[in-house]
Design a protein around this ligand. Structure first.
Ligand code: SAM
Length: 256
């Protein structure tokens, strides 16, 4: 991985079109990394690809940046890029989900309220900062969209027509058996995906307390939902999010 610092900027990127960095970015380059005029920086803005740039004038604490050459064109966001719908859990674990979903190529990250969601408020600015830092580190050329916290039904209704909902369902239907037993158990995710036609996808992960029986019935009763199992063990929500996104990218996404 290149040791050249990589920054997300909002400005348009074009050869020689210098622009001023904000205080935080200037501080990072000048004080943290102790770079000066001429110092190399990689920049991307989610629109114009990735550019090699150099630090230009430094006025006090503010640095100018001068894009020189485009090193990677802006790719289209792959149609296979998944949406992640997840019920927020504890703060550190929720931050982890946002960071890993960014690294794993999620196009959109949507916190949703379900019956048993413990965390009823989230900080969108915090999620955006985590996603931005993860995108810089993971060398993504775009930022995932981070949505406001909303009820599950509203989030599903907002999905584009034709989107398949991959419902990670940890339980079977046999209430007398541990974890719902085998009856009603969803199919293994890999097998379910193998039978799925190419379509936009939204992966749904529940809260620590799982989905209520009523939610499971409602989700399974929709025509656009595909229940899947992530194996015989109950995974923590953050583990399930990483596992499901990884299986998706490996079998249907951009890991192929
Ligand atoms: N504590 C819950 C319970 O009593 O069933 C388990 C919920 S689990 C911690 C959080 C979420 O991760 C689940 O709602 C589901 O979306 C996903 N998940 C965890 N393990 C899974 C599995 N083996 N198969 C499918 N989804 C799973």
């Amino acid at each position: 991985m290149s040791s050249t610092p990589r920054l997300y900027v909002t400005q348009d990127l074009a050869a020689g079109a210098a622009f001023a960095l904000d205080d935080a970015q200037s501080n990072y380059l000048l004080r943290v990394l102790r770079l000066g005029p001429g110092g190399p920086v990689r920049v991307f803005n989610g629109r114009d690809g990735e550019w090699d740039a150099r630090i230009g004038d430094v006025q006090g604490k503010r640095a100018q940046l001068e894009p020189e050459i485009q090193v990677r064109p802006q790719p289209d966001v792959p149609a296979s890029a998944p949406i992640l719908l997840f019920a927020p859990v504890k703060k550190a674990e929720t931050d982890f989900i946002v960071e890993k979903a960014t690294e794993l190529g999620a196009a959109r990250i949507c916190p949703v309220l379900t019956e048993r969601t413990q965390t009823r408020t989230v900080r969108l600015d915090r999620f955006s900062k985590i996603a931005l830092e993860a995108a810089e580190q993971t060398e993504r050329l775009d930022l995932p969209e981070v949505a406001e916290l909303q009820p599950l039904a509203a989030a599903l209704d907002a999905l584009a027509d034709g989107t398949r909902i991959i419902f990670c369902d940890e339980r079977g239907d046999d209430t007398d058996a541990p974890w719902g037993g085998e009856s009603g158990r969803a199919g293994p995710m890999a097998e379910v995906l193998a039978s799925l036609a190419e379509a936009p996808v939204a992966i749904l992960i529940g809260p620590e307390g799982g989905f209520t029986p009523e939610e499971r019935d409602w989700l399974r009763g929709r025509g656009d939902t595909q229940p899947v199992s992530l194996g015989p063990r109950i995974l923590r929500a953050e583990t399930a999010a990483v596992a499901a996104l990884s299986v998706w990218q490996a079998l249907k996404g951009d890991w192929r």
